[in-house]
Design a binder for this molecule. Sequence first.
Ligand code: FAD
Length: 288
Amino acid sequence: MTRPEISLEFFPPKNIEGTFRLWDSVQVLAPLAPRFVSVTYGAGGTTRDLTRDVVATIHKHSGLRTAAHLTCVDATKEETLQVARDFAKVGVTDIVALRGDPPKGSNGFVPHPEGFANSVELIEALAETGDFTIRVGAYPDVHPEAATAKADIDWLKRKLDAGASEALTQFFFEAETFFRFRDACAKAGIDQYITPGILPIENWKGARRFAEGCGTKIPQWVVDAFETAERDGRSDLLATAICTELCDELIQGGVDKLHFYTLNRPELTRDVCFALGVTPELKLENVA
Ligand code: FAD
């Protein structure tokens, strides 16, 4: 079996315990030699400084290639570009450029009066600087705001053509969903790499809520399997099996890059990676 390249997504910690958990996750997973790790930008732009501090720390202390997520929410163009320049100042020039979701409780995305109106404008502005490697989000189950699946892919093409080199997808449950999406992207003339986003399910109820919020369709067999596994206290075993099988099918279908949503819980991602033959390569150096 082809050994896939992996990338890993983390989120900024909310408190001291979360800080330890994040660093523990980095330490557990860094030896798997990810091609990059990324750190999210809080919904509504709420973690601006924290995301910068976290990417700076991971980059400095782990030596891993590190990407920062950046959204257009609730900020002027100048403020958003200043955040990007601050990432670059700490050595982080990989950006996952997103429109972002509106703050909780508000109705739909409303651009800041002096802000970027959408993700394409942000990508164009970042690309114009020539300073960044830009990745974007993609939606195999179709973004909830898309008029049609085709319109969603046309918009993805516009984002990539604006200066991005790769798309990272939202998570999904069946390999077929990804293959259909990848084929439709190719048909639309997209030739940048589409990397599947993989969610190892640590917490079924949380994953279900998350899926419902972002438009990921949950097959009935997954619902039934988790209900039985929860009753029997075997959710972890099921989560590892489902996730490994999904990744395996993707690899059999020609995928050689996987992006894991770790949720700062490293064990399941590590176990799935081990099952896929992704085993430790690196030793963390300079760990504080
Ligand atoms: P876009 O792709 O720009 O828009 C979403 C959809 O709306 C499009 O797919 C398209 O169908 C439609 N659309 C939007 N504008 C237009 C237009 N002008 N014309 C036609 N169609 C349009 N959120 C965070 O807050 N922080 C994060 O760190 C974060 N990280 C993420 C990482 C990944 C890999 C992914 C997939 C998502 C992430 N998100 C994050 C969630 C993301 O912010 C939401 O999904 C948001 O609703 C869309 O952002 P986007 O940049 O993908 O939007």
